[in-house]
Ligand binder design. Structure first.
Ligand code: HEM
Length: 327
């Protein structure tokens, strides 16, 4: 879906139409069902995102790597562009603790392509998602919301793929900083270059500061609210940067299941895409005025058409956006 040149209203309508075409089967949850399921567990918080509720806004630049344009004809792979970003904690709790392991950290980016055109990239600090489909997203949240441990155990027994994200998070330390952890967009994307050549990729952002982890004792000592102050302090000393790379796919790699990594994914060849350089905190209002949309891609980038989670996300984000604007 290419929406970079559409107006905000046009973009929203296009996504709602595209979403209903893809997810319009009777058994599939609607975008509102997905947001309601989040609200069911985390409550409704006026004016706030239904997921990744706790976070803060930043600004910076993206400078493409010389090799990037050979992979994709997207404009930001050919010239430096400004970016607006948001770091966040997973889940819909506005007071989620910064110092716990079992939650993802988020990095959402909006690339300003000029002339009113924008494209988005939404990533988390785990290479996999916790459910295969939107219907399972609702079932999982309703099971969590029931507070019934036996039901949750039964869900995991029936869906072993849903244990992968928690296992991954549990085996990695609490990041000491949003600037010190890897982020993945985790879905499979297809790039197209000027010659029409296609490449299957997964995005990964690797922090130039390295992996900064806390021991369990250090995490406890930090308390529940330290990420924003830590970022302010870090930015006072200089930009926070990430290498954006494309993990290279090959024929036969699965593209439909966001709970799956590719074989040997960490050992795969990667291609440099460019440097994300964050230089300042920005007012929340800057990021709250829009929604970072996974499906807001431009010519040269396509999301996976058969990944039901990818296809369902953007319309749910728009429902959350419309509700938080209305409150
Ligand atoms: C069916 C699956 C999913 C649903 C229903 C869902 C729902 C949502 C909603 C409603 C929001 C708030 C949007 C807003 O108000 O602007 C959100 C934000 C976010 N989601 Fe998802 N999500 C899903 C899957 C994922 C996946 C697979 C990722 C992994 C990359 C992800 C990463 C994020 C991040 C990082 C944000 C915060 C964006 C920001 O800072 O504004 N989500 N999600």
């Amino acid at each position: 879906m290419s929406m970079g040149r559409l107006s905000a209203f046009g973009a929203i309508s296009a996504l709602i139409l595209a979403g209903s075409a893809v997810t319009g089967f009777a058994a599939d949850p609607t975008p509102a069902d997905l947001v309601d399921a989040l609200n069911g567990v985390f409550g409704k918080h006026a004016g706030m995102r239904a997921a990744h509720t706790k976070g803060f806004c930043v600004t910076g630049q993206f400078t493409p790597a010389p090799e990037a344009a050979a992979l994709s004809k997207a404009p930001h792979f050919a010239k430096p562009v400004p970016v607006t970003g948001r770091f966040s904690l997973g889940g819909g709790n506005p007071e989620a603790p910064d110092n716990v392991k079992g939650n993802v950290r988020g990095l959402a980016l909006r690339f300003d392509l000029g002339g009113g055109a924008v494209t988005d990239l939404v990533m988390i600090s785990a290479p996999v998602f916790f459910v295969q489909t939107p219907a399972l997203f609702v079932e999982f949240l309703q099971t969590v919301g029931s507070g019934d441990k036996a039901k949750l155990d039964a869900f995991f027994a029936a869906h072993p793929e849903s244990t992968r994200q928690a296992a991954w998070l549990g085996s990695h330390p609490v990041p000491a900083s949003y600037a010190g952890v890897d982020y993945w967009a985790l879905h499979a994307f297809t790039f197209t270059n000027e010659k029409g050549e296609k490449a299957l990729v997964k995005y990964k952002a690797i922090p130039d500061a390295g992996d900064l982890g806390l021991s369990d004792d250090e995490a406890t000592a930090k308390g529940p609210n330290f990420y924003e102050a830590e970022m302010k302090e870090r930015l006072a000393k200089g930009p926070v940067s990430f290498e954006l790379v494309a993990i290279r796919g090959k024929d036969g790699d699965p593209t439909t299941d966001p709970t799956l990594r590719w074989d040997d994914e960490d050992a795969r060849a990667t291609s440099p895409l460019g440097k994300v350089s964050i230089d300042a905190l920005a007012p929340s209002a800057t990021c709250d005025a829009f929604s970072f949309l996974p499906g807001n891609v431009v010519d040269g980038i396509a999301g996976p058409v058969d990944d039901p989670v990818f296809q369902a996300r953007s319309t749910a984000y728009i429902v959350s956006f419309i509700r938080r604007q209305a409150q």
